[in-house]
Structures are given as structure tokens and as C-alpha cells.
Ligand binder design. Structure first.
Ligand code: SAM
Length: 229
């Protein structure tokens, strides 16, 4: 499918520029597949998907090898140049067709209602404008299309949430490619008009120490039928 350029939608081609973080993430994320059990999470995130899928903030493409054969095409949007290049290489190894393109969640360079499903994993923490990004996911999904999400966010007791907020105001976003620790992805999906399907909270790493980034949620949400874009 021809993609509309990101520029047409008011977002420059490289809307996200975190080359140091990108190289760091590319290295640690591969190890986390086995060490932290991320490969198992990705398998669960994508199980049962079919048809045309858009993955937003695809990073270095670690989800690609987990898409089931029932998926006919994945359009993978990645704004960061270093990660996008790695995603292109991962797409070549994938078992389903994956088309990697530049763009940002806040202005997806694709037509409305063109996808059966949308995937975000560890992305809503980093986008600049969560409501706008979720509005875009809604726009590009067909009615009754689903969002699969795996995100981290606010969690733990008072000390932990205080720590998360303090880190968000200071060191964390500049050191972590714009990531925030105290966002609430489930509430954000609900506020954006998605119907929440099953979701479960989990800690990552599952059996390790509770870190400010450990409070994760894995689940499904739907664009309700008969709702406007
Ligand atoms: C922690 S990485 C996760 C990558 C990948 N989804 C995964 O599961 O490994 C966060 C990703 O979000 C991307 N990102 C940041 N801001 C974005 C935006 N505004 N629109 C789309 N992607 C964005 C980053 O470039 C990066 O690839």
C-alpha cells in the first residue's frame, strides 16, 4: 500500500532523534529477549492476530519474528533512523511481509481504516502526545479493529510512584529516548475511546527486583464498531 509521507501529515521524516539511546536499546533489547523473558511476552502480545497490521514505534523489529502466519502484512512505523535501519534488516528475516517506514505515532503516514489491528509495545511511554497518538491508532483501524499493547507505566506503592514521577521530571526522559515511567496506558486507551479487552498486569523482569520501569500491562483494546474515526 502506498504510504503517505510523514511530512504530508505535519511530522518531519526523523521526528525522533536519539542516536545514543537507539544504539543502547538495540544492544540491551536483544539480550532481554531471553534474559528477561521478552520473547515470551512478544509471542503472547501477537498471538492470534490476522490480516493487515500496523506496528507503531517498531524499534529494531524484535516483534517481527513473532507475527503468526495468519498476518498478511505488517506496516511498521519507526521514527528513529538507527532503529529503523535495524528494523529493515529484521523485516528481511521475518516470516510475514513487513514494510518498514518512517513516521511518528502522532501523524501516521497511512490511510484511515486500513488495518485490522495495531500493535504498540513499549511505545506509549515515549510518544510526545499520547492522546494524539491514540487518536491516530483509532483513525487507521477499521471499526472493531483491535490494538494489542504491551506497555510499562505507573505502579507500586507511594514511594515507587513518587520515584517514578521524580525521575520523569528529571533524568529519565533525556537518558531513555524520551521514555516516561509514570504514564497510565490503560487509562489513556479508555480515554481515547477504545473498549478494553482482556489485559493483565505483569512485572518485568518477572522474578527480579521491582524497578521503576517494571510495572507492565499486556492486553487488547478495540475500536468500538459504529464509532467515528
Ligand atoms: C523502548 S523502544 C520499543 C521498541 C519496540 N516497540 C520494542 O518493543 O522493542 C521505544 C520506541 O518508540 C519509538 N518512538 C518514540 N517516539 C515515537 C513517536 N512519537 N512515534 C512513534 N514511535 C516513537 C522509538 O523510536 C523506539 O523505537
Amino acid at each position: 500500500m502506498p504510504l503517505r509521507s510523514a511530512r504530508d501529515r505535519g511530522v518531519p521524516r526523523d521526528a525522533v532523534h536519539h542516536p545514543l539511546f537507539a544504539r543502547y536499546y538495540a544492544r540491551i533489547s536483544v539480550g532481554a529477549e531471553t534474559r528477561m523473558g521478552m520473547a515470551r511476552v512478544r509471542e503472547r502480545l501477537l498471538a492470534g492476530l490476522s490480516g493487515r497490521v500496523i506496528e507503531v514505534g517498531a524499534g529494531n523489529g524484535l516483534n517481527f519474528s513473532h507475527y503468526p502466519g495468519t498476518v498478511s502484512e505488517v506496516v511498521a512505523i519507526e521514527p528513529e533512523r538507527v532503529l529503523r535501519q535495524l528494523a529493515v534488516e529484521a523485516a528481511l528475516r521475518a516470516q510475514v511481509p513487513v514494510d518498514v517506514a518512517p513516521g511518528a505515532a502522532e501523524a501516521l503516514p497511512v490511510k484511515s481504516e486500513a488495518f485490522d489491528a495495531a500493535v504498540v509495545s513499549l511505545v506509549l511511554c515515549s510518544v510526545r502526545d499520547v492522546p494524539r497518538a491514540l487518536g491516530e491508532l483509532r483513525r487507521v483501524l477499521r471499526p472493531s479493529g483491535q490494538v494489542r499493547f504491551f506497555e510499562h507505566g505507573r505502579g507500586g506503592g507511594r514511594v515507587m510512584t513518587f520515584t517514578q514521577r521524580a525521575l520523569d521530571r528529571t533524568l529519565w526522559p533525556p537518558l531513555s529516548g524520551g521514555c516516561h515511567l509514570s504514564r497510565e496506558p490503560v487509562a489513556a486507551l479508555r480515554e481515547a475511546g477504545f473498549a478494553l479487552g482482556p489485559y493483565r498486569r505483569l512485572m518485568m523482569p518477572e522474578n527480579g527486583p521491582a524497578l521503576p520501569s517494571s510495572y507492565c500491562v499486556l492486553g487488547t483494546a478495540w475500536r468500538p464498531p459504529g464509532t467515528p474515526e
